[in-house]
Design a protein around this ligand. Structure first.
Ligand SMILES: [Zn+2]
Ligand SMILES: [Zn+2]
Length: 173
């Protein structure tokens, strides 16, 4: 399926090429578009700009993107919009043989999809545990209440519990 987000490296003009696009959320989430695993929980269109130029046998690509993805906070377990961005620096080469080919070696004519490339970069930047904010207080380990918006009674009640000091220690490590 030919589409507007493909670049053919072999046809690259001498001055290279650049793009400044906003990839629609629907396209990035659509598993029928291109090959890299779709970003299911993407919440907004993705600004994505970059350029690629040729130096000898090497196609040098740089760029920048910003995304907003629905995630669950690792502390309070509430869903939130994870804002993430990244700089891209990749070198591609064209080679007829797949033998010993590195990841960024493409078969001529070197078809590059800006959708797949962006998805790859998002997955590479993915972090397993993300918090809704630096200040997120998380859940009480005693009663399980959300300490961001509920005041917990179990913690206050046992401040003079013999093990209260011990819990303080534990929290610090
Ligand atoms: Zn949180
Ligand atoms: Zn509690």
């Amino acid at each position: 399926m030919p589409h507007q987000w493909d670049i053919t490296l072999q046809d690259l003009p001498d001055r290279g090429c650049s793009w400044d696009v906003v990839l629609p959320c629907d396209v990035m989430r659509d598993r029928h578009v291109d090959h890299v695993e779709a970003i299911d929980d993407l919440r907004a269109d993705v600004p994505w700009r970059g350029s690629v130029c040729r130096r000898g046998d090497c196609y040098h690509l740089t760029g920048h993107w910003q995304a907003r993805i629905r995630r669950r906070c690792c502390r309070c377990l509430e869903p939130f919009d994870w804002k993430v961005e990244g700089d891209v620096r990749r070198d591609f080469q064209l080679e007829d043989t797949q033998e010993g080919a590195a990841d960024d070696v493409l078969m001529p004519p070197g078809q590059l999809s800006l959708v797949d490339l962006l998805r790859e970069e998002i997955w590479l930047t993915w972090q397993g545990d993300v918090a809704c904010s630096e200040q997120c207080a998380g859940l009480c380990s005693g009663c399980g209440c959300n300490l961001n918006n509920e005041s917990c009674r179990c913690c206050k009640a046992d401040d003079d519990h013999p093990f209260a000091a011990l819990r303080q220690l534990k929290l610090k490590d």
